[in-house]
Design a protein around this ligand. Structure first.
Ligand SMILES: [Ca+2]
Ligand SMILES: [Ca+2]
Length: 446
């Protein structure tokens, strides 16, 4: 049945009533059959914008499908909006194109759970007769030098190779927006809030021999000499927690540590004071310690919703267990080249010096592997630095023209900053590289 025929039947004579029943039925069947293994032959099997599949008279919206043509596993990315871009005001110049943060509304689509493998690409070449030489020696070697088995991600493919594969498979490349939404896997709606506090903090050195009167005098002077320090703290954090969190934050006056207040007599108890409950101008605390008087005064505060996590797994920093990037093993290869010398993160061992077999690390919330690292992934969009300033809200497809195509996710050859889910990579579409691959999606034509 064609899509238009389906829609006509739905909204025809008894349109609304049928639609209601249809939706109810679709919901129920999706619950009942969610776990069933559904094989999809091609995109024509999808009906309507919700990509309903009809099998044996049942209406299904499976969370997971197997795509027959290339035997890939795909997961459903439900329709809806998300916050796209950098919400963290990352300081590096190359994060600027990832701003402003903006709302994007996308249709439902299915996405490959892994990067396209060497085995899948070989099958494509064999089946289609596509001209690709697996023995070709590129700048740094052959495909097998970086991806030695069928289970490794296909590399040394340019954007046109990826497009050809997608077309053969009856799929397409993801748009940049689809890629980012899928990578965020719902972390985008994380309701965690942050409070940015601009506070004054000063330490007045006190001599052990000062009299009580002199101490009062020092205290008075302290109020006059408050200096501004900016803190970023979680919502609901107390001063005591702040001191622990920011134990490495130098205090305003002595270069010492906020967490190192020493033994002190609490002049006014502030370890239970919540910064987000304080009004601007209020003194949150005054502590008299061995070192003198510490005063904190709230100068300014900004409460914002922290909608986006930094990485596909959340906000934890990279530790070697989440993904394959330029760790110390990659350093063994990268250090041979002038350009990449000292590029690798020698603090971390992620287990792989070049590509890892796809799915070697935990999947994200949607069931997608390697959205961070392993190989960069081609998207369908042209790249433009300022695209986020003027992109449409609904199903953005990138600028009309450009020089580079979008790459996403970082790779085995790049360090942790490029793993950030908001980071926008790009490359000339004709180039083939040892750390660029792709994965496909299926849904409404985009
Ligand atoms: Ca690695
Ligand atoms: Ca990847």
């Amino acid at each position: 049945m064609s899509r238009s025929a389906w829609n006509t039947r739905l909204v025809g004579k008894n349109g609304m009533k049928r639609l209601t029943w249809f939706l109810l039925l679709a919901m129920l069947t999706s619950l009942v059959y969610a776990e069933e293994k559904i094989v999809v032959e091609n995109a024509d099997e999808f009906q309507g914008p919700e990509l309903v599949i009809v099998k044996d008279g049942k209406l299904l919206q499976p969370k997971r499908i197997t795509w027959q043509k290339d035997s890939s596993e795909m997961v459903r990315i439900p329709a809806g909006s998300f916050q796209m871009g950098d919400s963290k005001h990352e300081p590096e110049y190359w994060m600027t194109p990832a701003r402003p943060l903006h709302t994007v509304e996308l249709n439902t689509f299915y996405m490959d759970t892994t990067e396209v493998t060497v085995g899948q690409f070989m099958w494509f070449v064999e089946q289609s007769g596509y001209a690709y030489d697996f023995d070709q020696v590129f700048e740094y070697g052959t495909v097998a030098d970086f991806s030695p088995t069928d289970k490794h991600p296909m590399v040394y493919i340019n954007w046109f190779d990826a497009m050809a594969y997608a077309k053969w498979a009856g799929k397409r490349l993801p748009t940049e927006a689809e890629w980012e939404k899928a990578a965020r896997a719902g972390l985008a709606s994380d309701p965690v809030k942050k409070v940015t506090v601009k506070a004054s903090h000063i330490l007045i050195q006190a001599d052990a021999n000062v009299t009580p009167e002199e101490k009062d005098q020092i205290r008075q002077e302290a109020f006059q000499l408050l200096q501004n320090v900016r803190f970023e703290i979680g919502l609901g954090k107390t001063f005591a927690e702040l001191a622990k969190i920011h134990s490495d934050c130098p205090s305003a006056s002595n270069g010492g540590q906020l967490g190192a207040f020493g033994r002190g007599k609490m002049v006014r108890p502030f370890e239970t004071v919540c910064f987000d409950q304080l009004d601007v101008g209020q003194i949150s605390g005054l502590v008299e310690t061995d070192f003198g008087f510490h005063i904190i005064k709230l100068e300014d505060k900004k409460i914002e919703t922290n909608t986006n996590a930094r990485y596909v797994w959340g906000n934890d920093e990279v530790n070697g267990g989440q993904c394959n990037y330029a760790d110390k093993r990659a350093g063994a290869f990268l250090n041979r080249f002038e350009w990449y010398r000292d590029w690798a993160d020698i603090r971390v061992d992620d287990g792989y010096g070049k590509c890892a077999p796809v799915g070697s690390y935990a999947a994200n919330g949607y069931g997608l592997h390697d959205m961070a690292g392993n190989v960069y992934e081609w998207c369908s969009d042209w790249y433009a630095d300022n695209y986020y300033s003027n992109s449409p809200m609904n199903n953005p497809r990138g600028p009309a023209k450009g020089k580079s195509r979008v790459l996403r996710g970082g790779s085995w050859a790049f360090f942790n900053h490029f793993l950030r889910v908001a980071y926008r990579g790009r490359h000339i579409p004709l180039n083939r590289r040892s750390d660029i691959g792709f994965r496909c999606v299926s849904g409404l034509a985009n």
